[in-house]
Design a protein around this ligand. Structure first.
Ligand code: ZN
Length: 171
């Protein structure tokens, strides 16, 4: 019985760790950092513990996994064919939680930028550009990233693994 509980807690912790340093999240973080932006990550003082918080811009960024957060019309937002009822309920809860978090943050006057996993993986530099445009409004901020998509993905893969391992050792 004890072992059973421990196992549940452990797997819960693991899933939280994994969802904290996903590859798309790491990509967005490192591209923003390279562009000179400074931010906090996973600020637990804010509703929904946003992935990236830019206090200077009063902006939070969520890097959503397409599967868990149900990216509309995205091929990654599939529903497993077994335990359909379980999954449908789980997804519904995730989406309604996202909506609640959004409302809470808006009440606190935060601007929210939602980035989808597939967008980041397909074209990380466009996503960066989109974020910068939103942050800087009409001002075009000259930034240059001397990396191509493959390099970005490779670096993020390494960094994501490293961070997840480091968290595992801490817990
Ligand atoms: Zn998607």
């Amino acid at each position: 019985m004890v072992d059973h509980l421990t196992k549940n807690v452990r797997s819960w912790n693991m899933s939280r760790i994994r969802s904290r340093h996903t590859k798309p999240e790491v990509i967005v973080r490192s591209l923003l950092h390279r562009s000179g932006y400074r931010f906090k990550i996973n600020d637990s003082k804010l509703p929904g513990r946003p992935d990236i918080v830019l206090p200077k811009y009063k902006t939070v960024i969520f890097v959503h996994g397409c599967f868990w957060h149900r990216h509309k019309n995205c091929p990654k937002a599939t529903t497993p064919s077994t335990n359909k009822e379980y999954w449908t309920k789980k997804f519904r809860n995730n989406v309604s939680r996202d909506n609640e978090v959004k409302k809470e943050l808006e009440k606190l006057k935060w601007r929210i930028i939602i980035i989808w996993e597939c967008e980041v993986i397909n074209d990380p530099l466009s996503v960066l550009n989109e974020i910068v445009c939103k942050l800087e409004k009409n001002v075009s901020k000259g930034y240059s990233i001397d990396l191509d998509r493959n390099k970005i993905l490779k670096l993020a893969e390494k960094r994501s693994k490293y961070l997840i391992n480091r968290e595992k050792q801490k817990s």
